[in-house]
Design a protein around this ligand. Structure first.
Ligand SMILES: [Mg+2]
Length: 367
């Protein structure tokens, strides 16, 4: 979605969304089997009547009421509620739903960063000029995901990634929390320190021994004390507790790759034959790049010898490009070390570290 990003001033750009699907795996399972709606659904390894050794991957909010949570041993979940619905992990299904949701979210974004299978940050399109408009925009996103994919998500909106992330977790499930810049301290300070990303159980316990349990106490804590106890991280924690975060929205560079492989009709070490094949494959990769409107940064060569031993070599260049000559030249350069007496069975060319060819490259480098 090309946008006149240069027209946005810096303060207007500081509206960041964190979108997080609610109990994603369980929600997808329930969508596939509506009869499970309202039931405690646990997605994870086989509980084997309480003797299973795996863990809970995700569980529905109904299951959470029984004290069950993700990463808990499945045997413990079984003991807490043996009559819950236990389902195996169907990653293929979740991945396909995730791909669709991320594509949908991208359509709402001026800048986009997927952080996991069910979580992403985005900077909304230029029609969002303030936090009131951001709230309406977030509702539109939630509606679209519900309408197209039949599951709910929670969205947090804030002036940086940190606040957006904490806000998305604030009213789960199906939540929307907008934290205006003037409300940052009011929002953050009453929270337990464990709500700050990166502060796990262990750190929270250490902080507790220092008399720090709420974000406000951490925010106002003597930095010397924190540094002595935690080193560099101590200062960072204090910054976070004050709502300061300078993390950029990083466009995902390595989500996809485009590659083509070809097996020779007869194993060969003929350099002309091999480089001709390489050129053809490179052209095919290039036309796919253009079709999908991608730039790349990394060129990859794959070769397989007649004994099936396989090697991959790659080279990353400093600038985004879609230059076909660069693909060909680099692939040949990488190939040169493998040309010799041994015969090749297969050769392949690919490009990775892809990004969409849009006009937003200059946006948000000042966070
Ligand atoms: Mg989630």
């Amino acid at each position: 979605m090309p946008t006149p990003s240069s027209k946005l001033n810096a303060s207007e750009r500081r509206i960041i969304f964190h979108v997080d699907m609610d109990s994603f795996f369980a929600s997808v399972e329930i969508r596939e089997r509506p009869e499970l709606k309202g039931l405690p659904v646990i997605v994870g390894s086989d509980p084997k009547v309480g003797s299973g050794r795996g863990v809970v991957s995700t569980c529905s909010y109904e299951a959470r009421r029984y004290g069950i949570h993700s990463a808990m041993p499945i045997s413990q979940a079984y003991r807490l509620y043996p009559d819950a619905i236990f389902l195996p992990v169907n990653m293929k299904l979740y991945a396909s739903v995730s791909t669709k949701i991320m594509e949908l979210l991208r359509g709402f974004a001026d800048r986009f960063q997927q952080v996991s299978v069910d979580e992403a940050y985005l900077i909304p399109g230029p029609e969002v000029r303030n936090f009131e408009e951001a709230a309406l925009y977030a509702l539109k996103i939630k509606d679209e995901i519900q309408r197209q994919e039949g599951i709910t998500c929670s969205i947090g909106v804030g002036l940086n990634k940190l606040i957006a992330k904490i806000a998305s977790g604030f009213q789960k499930p199906d939540g929307l929390t907008v934290v205006r810049p003037v409300d940052v301290k009011e929002f953050l300070f009453p929270l337990p320190v464990s709500k700050v990303p990166g502060i796990g159980k262990k750190t929270a316990n250490t902080l507790k021994s220092l008399g720090i349990t709420r974000v406000e106490e951490l925010a106002n804590c003597n930095v010397q004390l924190l540094s002595e106890r935690f080193g560099k991280i101590g200062f960072r924690m204090k910054q976070l507790a004050n709502g300061l975060d300078f993390g950029e929205i990083r466009e995902n560079e390595s989500l996809k790759s485009i590659s083509r492989h070809g097996t020779f009709a007869e194993d060969t070490n003929d350099p002309v034959k091999i480089t001709n094949s390489l050129d053809l494959l490179a052209e095919s990769v290039h036309s796919s790049l253009l079709k999908h409107r991608f730039f790349f940064k990394t060129i990859t060569l794959t070769i397989r010898f007649d004994d099936f031993s396989t090697y991959t070599r790659s080279k990353t260049i400093p600038n985004w490009t879609s230059d076909i000559f660069l693909i060909k030249r680099t692939a040949k350069l990488l190939l040169s070390k493998f040309i010799g007496s041994r015969k090749l069975r297969l050769v392949g060319v690919g490009v990775t570290k892809l990004r969409k060819r849009d006009e937003n490259q200059t946006l948000v480098t000042d966070f």
